[in-house]
Design a protein around this ligand. Structure first.
Ligand SMILES: Cc1cc2nc3c(=O)[nH]c(=O)nc-3n(C[C@H](O)[C@H](O)[C@H](O)COP(=O)(O)OP(=O)(O)OC[C@H]3O[C@@H](n4cnc5c(N)ncnc54)[C@H](O)[C@@H]3O)c2cc1C
Length: 329
């Protein structure tokens, strides 16, 4: 039987999120070259549907209804359920995002499916074996590998920034309209308030400049902001910095914050507690700036600068501005 894998192609402000392409790549791995990858697109236009069809979705099921203009779990779950019930795929993959975490258990319960959350690696079945899903435990200190019981469909959430996104495919998929019934709503969204001011989404930024308790105040984040701007990156923070009121919780990176895997992570005045490492240790290159030569962050850093961040960060900014004068603020 042809394997069918369904992906929820999550969008924000009508644009596909990177995790949608990461889930698409994981779906292709699970489906195999002979299998079918289907994607559900909701609340986005034809350009996004074409982008999915060009990067590995065999069929894009585009749901169009004014009720999809704003994300509500009831309506989005109804659109996904409609696709799931008509296609009967082996698996539904979603990003392990706020929406994915809300939709996945709801849908798994509705379909009588197994559910594995926060998957960081997928190993496809081969030689008659079963697919294996890897997920972190204890804030990333350990990893477990899970399989589904045979005979049940799967619902899996994929942790953002952990797998390569789907690249352009030789084969162009097709786009179909997805019919679904808008359910009665028990909640309504009155307004959406953005908590982040930056242009670059922290979770998807290639460069992150992060500040901890060592930054000492909200004003202390200003040099970090300037460095991030010079590099075209985003600003993040440790929980201690958020708890102290130096910055918004939207910037928190770690076990109970965002997970980031940028090409470059610059940790300024961050000690390197395990809960912080859980959110950033997958970064390609880690640079740590800390006054304390014994700070645990140096244990994971590729480059360590022992020094006062208020001296080091402005020096770095001025050097990077010389390299990239157009990005100087
Ligand atoms: C259940 C749970 C969940 C948690 N989740 C998270 C999470 O998601 N994210 C998170 O970050 N934490 C989390 N924590 C908190 C975590 O345990 C640490 O308390 C926190 O990460 C410490 O933040 P910090 O490194 O900024 O502060 P500190 O540990 O106080 O470190 C400050 C560092 O700044 C250095 N410093 C001071 N002044 C300067 C200067 N001028 N120049 C250079 N360096 C300087 C110091 O040497 C020190 O190393 C969690 C804790 C628990 C219990």
């Amino acid at each position: 039987m042809t394997k069918k894998i369904l992906v929820y192609a999550e969008c924000r402000d009508g644009r596909l999120r990177r995790v949608a392409f990461e889930a698409l790549a994981a779906a292709r791995l699970l489906a195999g070259e002979d299998g079918e990858v289907h994607a559900v697109l909701a609340g986005a236009g034809p350009a996004e549907a074409e982008a999915l069809a060009a990067r590995g979705a065999d069929v894009v099921h585009a749901a169009d209804d004014p009720a999809l203009a704003v994300y509500t779990p009831e309506v989005y779950a109804a659109a996904l359920s409609a696709a799931f019930c008509s296609l009967k795929p082996q698996a539904l993959l979603l990003g392990h995002t706020a929406a994915g975490r809300e939709l996945a258990p709801r849908l798994a319960a509705a379909f009588g499916a197994g559910h594995i959350a926060d998957v960081t690696a997928v190993q496809a079945a081969h030689d008659g074996g079963e697919a294996v899903f890897t997920r972190p435990l204890y804030a990333g200190k350990a990893y477990e590998r899970r399989r589904f019981a045979p005979g049940v469909p799967w619902v899996v959430t994929i942790r953002p920034n952990n797998m390569p996104p789907a690249s352009p495919s030789e084969k162009q998929g097709t786009v179909q309209a997805l019919a679904f019934e808008v359910p009665p709503l028990y909640t309504s969204v009155r307004s959406i308030v953005r908590r982040t001011s930056g242009q670059i989404d922290l979770a998807e930024a290639d460069i992150v400049v992060s500040g901890g308790r060592g930054v000492r105040s909200a004003a202390g984040f200003e040099p970090l902001q300037q460095l991030a701007e010079a590099l075209g990156g985003a600003v993040g923070a440790s929980r201690a910095a958020c708890d102290a009121g130096y910055c918004d919780y939207a910037l928190q990176i770690g076990q109970t914050g965002k997970t980031v895997t940028p090409q470059l992570y610059i940790a300024c005045g961050i000690s390197g507690a395990i809960q912080h490492l859980a959110g950033m240790s997958g970064s390609r290159t880690i640079v740590a700036i800390n006054k304390d030569p014994d700070a645990p962050i140096f244990g994971v850093a590729d480059y360590g600068i022992v020094g006062d961040l208020f001296e080091v960060v402005p020096l770095l900014t001025s050097e990077f501005r010389k390299q990239r004068p157009s990005s100087a603020g």
